[in-house]
Write a protein that binds this ligand. Structure first.
Ligand SMILES: [Fe+2]
Length: 245
């Protein structure tokens, strides 16, 4: 049985930063280590990757593979989610999942609207629990994004709110780097590409969402993710002064 829901909120960061953070594959295993133990690219295609992601629960390593598609400038589609190894019991054996994440920039506030659309194909005996399943998705998504918000706040203190030049450097690895540079490099016209209906939109900021785990994260974890030290400021200023290469 089909079940569809959306998770929408605003994040206080420019679109160019939000997209770069999403495409920065390395940060998943450092910043999001509570959610991801490893992530590996198994196959690269034209504007898509097949990824293998694992996490550890009670000493057991669970994993999944999925196709991660990028439609520039700011749409991300995940589909063909399968357990890995295939024999390990997994929710993917009984539920088919497809997600589409769209980011839009509000050019007035220079913030990002995040719209995650989730399509589930659930067996009838699990359908009564669809709201619980939705809640699990929502919690993981919001907590991951709160960690990103803290990271971006930290980067804004070090480099400035709009600074994405580090992501444009040749030495910086990003998934789909060519597409990112094309759309978010110098003199790009990304603001004109946001649909008109989203240009003045204001959604609830992720930090104001009324969930206990949001309040807990902001109270207990935000500082750990967002804090920085004076010597980092000095090295980041040196990095800002260095030529792009
Ligand atoms: Fe992230």
């Amino acid at each position: 049985m089909k079940y569809h829901f959306k998770i929408c909120y605003e994040m206080d960061m420019p679109l160019a930063i939000a997209v770069a953070v999403y495409l920065d594959a390395e940060h998943y295993i450092f910043l999001h280590k509570s959610l991801t133990a490893s992530i590996e690219v198994l196959k690269k295609g034209l504007r898509y990757y097949k990824c293998h992601q694992t996490w550890n629960v009670f000493g057991i390593t669970f994993g999944q593979t999925y196709i991660c598609e990028y439609r520039a400038p700011a749409t991300f589609i995940n589909h063909h989610l399968r357990p890995h190894p295939e024999w390990l019991p997994s929710i993917h054996h009984v539920i088919k999942t497809k997600t589409m994440l769209r980011y839009y920039e509000n050019p007035d506030s220079k913030t990002t609207l995040s719209e995650l659309s989730v399509q589930l194909d659930i067996p009838f005996w699990l359908y009564p629990f669809r709201k619980i399943i939705e809640g699990v998705f929502r919690r993981i998504k919001i907590l991951k994004d709160l960690e990103d918000v803290a990271l971006v706040d930290r980067r804004a203190k070090l480099f400035g709110r709009f600074h994405n030049a580090v992501y444009l450097k040749k030495s910086q690895f990003l998934l789909h780097k060519d597409d990112y540079v094309k759309h978010f490099g110098e003199n790009c016209e990304i603001l004109n590409k946001s649909p008109a209906m989203f240009r003045k939109e204001r959604w609830t900021d992720i930090r104001d969402l009324n969930f206990s785990y949001v309040k807990n994260f902001l109270k207990n974890d935000y500082v750990r993710f967002a804090n920085f030290y004076p010597h980092q400021l000095a090295s980041s200023q040196a990095e800002l002064a260095a030529p792009l290469s």
